[in-house]
Each structure stands twice: as C-alpha cells, then as structure tokens.
Design a protein around this ligand. Structure first.
Ligand code: AMP
Length: 631
C-alpha cells in the first residue's frame, strides 16, 4: 500500500541515489560522475560528466532487439495516407534527414526551426537534429507569420524545415507563404530552408536558400550519420511558450536529464513496456508532442502514432478505428477533444474494438467530471488526469500506476510525482502552506527534477526572475497555477495566477493577443481575458476602445471592425489566438491609479460577481460590459 509513498519519499530524501537508478533506463556513452549539481541554484545540472544522445536512445538502441517492429505509424485522414516505419526504417530516414541537414551546413549547437504539419518528416527532422547535436525549435503549424517571425528572431535558426502545406478538415493550409513572410519580417535570416513537398500547394522556391527534401533525400539514401555524443547538459531543444509578457519564452531542455525523465515516466507513470503502442493526439508543436508523441514512446521501444486530422473526420469513430487497427495500448489526449467527441453520436464509440487500450491519459486543461465520466463509461478503461507544463516536460501531478495502482479522485489530477518537491505557497506572505485544503500557488522546491527546463533560451536572468522566488533558505519554482491539496495528498488545480489563458488545451498569453489587436489603427486600448466555455474550457474575449467610435452605433460597422481585428490576430498570431468576440467599449474598467481591472472584467464577462469595486475609476465601464454580454 505504501509503495508509492516510499518511492516518492526516496526521490526527495535520497535524490541522487534515486535518479542514479533511473539513469540506468537509458544508454550512456560515458556514465555520469555526479547525479545532480545544484551548486548554482536555481540552475540544476543533471548527470554531470555523462555523455549520451537522444536519438541513439530513441532509435539506434532498439535496432538489436526490435529492428523490424513498428516505431512510427504516420496516419493522415486529411490525405488518406498511412505509413508505418519500423525502427530500422526510421533509423534510415533519420540518417537521410541528418545528412541533408549537414549538407546544408547544420552543425552541433546550431538551431533548426521546424514548422511542419503532422507528417513523418517532422519526426525525422526532430530526431535528425538531436542525432547531430543540433537544437530543434518546433513552432506549431497553426501559428501565423508574426508569431513565427518572433520565434525565428529569438532562436536564430541556421536552417528551417517546413512543408508546402498542412490540411485541416479537408482544407489545404499552405505553410510556405507564411514562412516566407515570417522570414521577411524577421531581422534574423536563416541560411537554408528545407521544404517537404507533399504535393498539396504550389511553392515558390527561392534559389540558393530553399531546398527540396525529396531531392536531398535521394542524394543521401545510404547515409550513415553517427550519433554525436553530447554532454548530458547539452541542450536538445527549445520550445516557445506564452507567459505574462508579450514575448514568448524559449523553454530550453537538456539531453541526459530529459531522456532519463521520459524513460522513467514511461515506466512508472504510464506503466508501459517495449512493444506497446502509444497514441498521443496532440501536435508536435506542443510539449505533449515532444514528450509523448516522439521521445517518450520511442525511448521505451514502443510504437508511436502520429496523426494528422480531426477526431471527427471521416467520422467520430476515427480514433477508435486507429486504436483497433494498431492495437493501441496507451492513449493520451486533452479534455477538449473528448468534449468534442461527446457532442457526436455516442454509438461511434461502440463500433470498434478498443480492448487493447489500458488507459486514457488527459492533460493540458482542467478535466471536468461529466467529461471524465462519459469517456470512462464509453471506453471502459481508467481515465487518468495529469497536470504539467511546457516548462516541466513531464507530469508534475498524476498517478504512478507503474509503481503502485493508485485510485483517481474526481477533479484532481492526482498526487505529486516522484522528483517533484511540490509545495503550496501563500501568495501574500510567501510562506509554505502545510495544512490540508488551503489555497496557494503550486510551487516546486528546487532543484527541478531531470527533464524540466534548464533555463530560458539565452536569458538566464529571465528564467530566474520569472519563475523563482526565495523562501527562507531555499528557492521555489512557481507554476503560476492556484491549487489546493487535500489531507491525502491529492491536489486540485484552480486556474492560473497570471494572464495566461487556456483555450482548448492551448496556452495563450493574453498580452500577446492584446499587442496584436492594438496594432489595428482604430484600436486605442484593449484588454483580453479568458472566459469560461463549455467546449473549449476557456475562450479569449477582447474588450477594445476604438480611437474613432463615430459610426460604431451601427451594428454593421461594429461587425466590420470586429472582423478586421480578428483578421489581424489571424494573420499575426494564427487562428488559435483569435478572440471569440471583440466587444467595443467607451472606456476600460480601471482603478483610480489607472490599473486595468482584469479580474473584474473577466468576472462580468462570465456573469459572476466582480467583487469589491471601491477603487474603480468609472463604474459605467463595467455596466457597459454587462449590457454587451447580456445579463
Ligand atoms: P502548457 O505549458 O501549454 O502545457 O500549459 C500548462 C498549463 O495548462 C498549466 O500551467 C495549467 O494551467 C494548465 N494545465 C495543464 N494540465 C492541466 C490539468 N491536468 N488540469 C488543470 N490544468 C492543467
């Protein structure tokens, strides 16, 4: 009964011995001399002196035991293609891609930006980068030119790997024009662009810069590119995520710690073994895609499903048909996707044999009870909530059924996972809350366990100032989430403490959306807040003050301006960031000292009581919001 409790305690009290054992889950070229160097808090270095390679552990390592077993199953219901790659075939493709990148001049330490739809070549590119010690920086394909440009500027990639187009719901979404526009906008220019031509959209190739993957691949069919053995702390990748400020942060991850953390999570959290089949429905542009579409399953010698398409097309049974066909054992998705399925005819869930499934893990946003109950009844397998962040790379809170079967508690993602010294901190006093059922900021006492972010790319100072607080004698990392813990150690997550919103499991910074809206010539001021939504969890809602409001009494004129604002967000950031509504106000609700009353705005938009408004400058502002929302 106490197996997990002991396991957890050991991970904290005997940290180095615990992680030294986990380190044996991966192969090292040279073993580490020191498990954890925390001499310069909050910077932690894991497995110091050890050298290894992520691609070796994800691919090459399995060649002796399972070369002919499936490694990557790429399915697209958009192009009606299905292709399964064995570990041996994946090995060959990754080397071809690695050789192509090297031919374009990519070397160890260089960044390669990957802006791709969900195709096998995206996985080849990621694995090829880490194979040669280059850092990948995957940018979600749904981001538009402006968002892409700011990431290009920050990452300064030597090369970009992209494709002619993605496809969504049968509609071709060209990538190349967005990439060209982003490179034009960016002050930094990549030297080489490698394009995968899927034959979906015409591409204007720029001589000298743009290269065709098929042509390069043909030249490197027999490529043998050895793995570059890198220091454990060598960065494997950066992945951008939103925070309070407008500028996205490059979350930087190491190599050795990440490989160990993921291998350990496959064993202890997912209770998975080599030969199992993992299907994560996320996108490679998000952290779940990195950890649980690509690296985690492959490190464990599992086959992984890479899926391009909607959960409802050609019909709402498509996921379960994949489960049946490929005997998927582990599935990972987000509550929003399940809510989408819940709106469809429930009989779709009964049309396929899903008996291979052991459990369904859900993450990215709060899991509501009706959704959990519905999918649990329908599938007849455990539904396991898990809470984590781009920054941590693997679950902070969940159940470790591989250690000991644990009971889920509705509304709770679970308990603190091994390695995470989770604390609740009182926001005002900064002190630790040790009692049960107290609300505080979910925090992690340093050092962060292996696999978590090392720093913010090229900005150590920002890493420290954004995330870390000193409490007497120690440093704690803030998750920026509110939480409570019950008497049995189960946590409950109560939403963000900052201005980050969560739309359909996608994390968006409201400031970034505000900056985009403010660039419209007729917008003087704007506030974007997250508003509860029964399908997407939250949606972004914008409240804008026009510079020139004349004519805006006319609903058609308002609609036109709203459309223009939305288009601007679409073009700069991408449709993921588009607000559900843009309301126009005469003035934004502010305190007398001029501080925007975001919480009050959000409360009224959600038809809740905005609380104490005594410091408010002009109560009419909120009244106008009430009228617009409609009580
Ligand atoms: P991301 O970095 O995009 O993975 O977003 C991380 C944020 O999503 C967290 O800080 C939480 O606010 C939210 N989140 C992730 N997983 C959960 C979960 N299981 N329950 C509640 N909120 C979650």
């Amino acid at each position: 009964m106490r197996k997990f409790a002991d396991f957890y305690r050991r991970s904290i009290d005997e940290r180095d011995a615990f992680w030294a054992e986990q380190a044996a889950l991966i192969e090292w070229r040279t073993p580490a001399e020191q498990v954890c160097d925390y001499s310069r808090p909050p910077f932690a270095r894991w497995f110091v002196g050890g050298t290894t390679n992520l691609c070796h552990n994800a691919v090459d390592r399995h060649l002796t035991t399972r070369a002919d077993q499936a490694a990557l199953i790429a399915i697209s219901t958009e192009t009606n293609t299905e292709r399964s790659y064995s570990f041996a075939e994946l090995h060959a493709e990754v080397q071809r891609m690695a050789a192509a990148l090297q031919a374009l001049g990519v070397k160890k330490g260089d960044r390669v930006l990957i802006y791709m739809p969900m195709v096998a070549e995206a996985a080849f590119a990621m694995l090829a980068c880490v194979r040669i010690g280059a850092l990948h920086s995957v940018v979600f394909g749904g981001f538009a030119a402006g968002a892409l440009a700011s990431r290009i500027e920050d990452a300064e990639p030597m090369a970009v790997v992209s494709a002619d187009a993605g496809s969504r719901g049968g509609k071709v979404v060209p990538y190349k024009p967005l990439l060209d526009e982003a490179i034009a906008l960016s002050r930094y220019k990549p030297t080489a662009v490698l394009m995968v031509d899927r034959g979906l959209a015409p591409m204007a190739m720029r001589a000298g810069r743009d290269h065709d993957w098929a042509a390069l691949r043909a030249r490197h069919l027999d490529a043998a590119v050895p793995c570059e053995w890198v220091e454990s702390a060598h960065p494997s990748y950066t992945l951008y995520t939103s925070g309070t400020t407008g500028k996205p942060k490059g979350v930087q991850r190491d190599t050795g710690g990440y490989a160990v953390a993921l291998a350990a999570s496959m064993k202890h959290i997912f209770d998975a073994k080599a030969g199992d089949v993992f299907f994560a429905t996320s996108d490679i542009g998000w952290v779940v895609g990195h950890s649980y579409i690509i690296y985690g399953p492959l490190l464990a010698g599992m086959a992984t499903v890479l899926y391009e398409g909607l959960p409802t097309r050609p019909d709402a049974g498509v996921w379960w048909s994949i489960v049946e066909k490929y005997q998927v054992t582990h599935m990972f998705s987000a509550p929003t996707a399940v809510r989408v399925l819940k709106k469809q005819d429930p009989s779709w869930l009964k049309k396929h044999d899903v008996s291979s499934l052991k459990a369904l893990w859900l993450a990215g946003e709060p899991l509501d009870e009706p959704t959990a109950q519905w999918i649990s009844d329908a599938l007849g397998v455990p539904i396991i909530d898990n809470y984590w962040q781009t920054e941590t790379g693997w679950p902070i809170l969940t159940l470790a059924n591989g250690v000991e079967p644990q009971t889920a508690r509705f509304g709770s993602p679970g308990k603190a996972m091994y390695g995470y010294n989770v604390k609740l901190i009182d926001e005002v006093s900064g002190e630790e809350l040790t009692g049960a059922d107290q609300k505080g900021v979910v925090a992690i006492e340093g050092p962060l366990p292996p696999g978590c972010m090392q720093t913010v790319w090229r900005d150590d100072a920002r890493f420290v100032s954004t995330y870390w607080k000193s409490i007497p004698g120690r440093m704690v990392y803030s998750t920026f989430d509110w939480g409570i813990r019950d008497a049995d150690g189960y946590y409950f997550i109560l939403g963000r403490t900052d201005d980050v919103i969560n739309v359909a499991g996608h994390r968006l910074g409201t400031r970034e959306i505000e900056e985009s809206i403010s660039s419209h010539p007729n917008i003087a001021e704007v506030a974007v807040v997250g508003v509860a939504d029964s399908l997407k969890g939250q949606v972004a809602m914008a409240f804008a003050v026009p510079r020139d409001a004349s004519g805006l009494q006319d609903p058609a004129a308002r609609l036109k301006l709203e459309g223009e604002v939305m288009q601007r967000v679409d073009a700069q950031l991408g449709a993921v960031a588009r607000p559900a509504r843009v309301h126009f106000l005469n003035t934004l609700p502010k305190t007398r000292s001029g501080k925007l009353l975001r919480r009050a705005l959000q409360a009224v938009a959600e038809r809740r009581d905005p609380g104490d408004l005594t410091t408010m400058e002009d109560p009419a502002a909120l009244q106008q919001v009430r009228e617009l929302i409609g009580d």
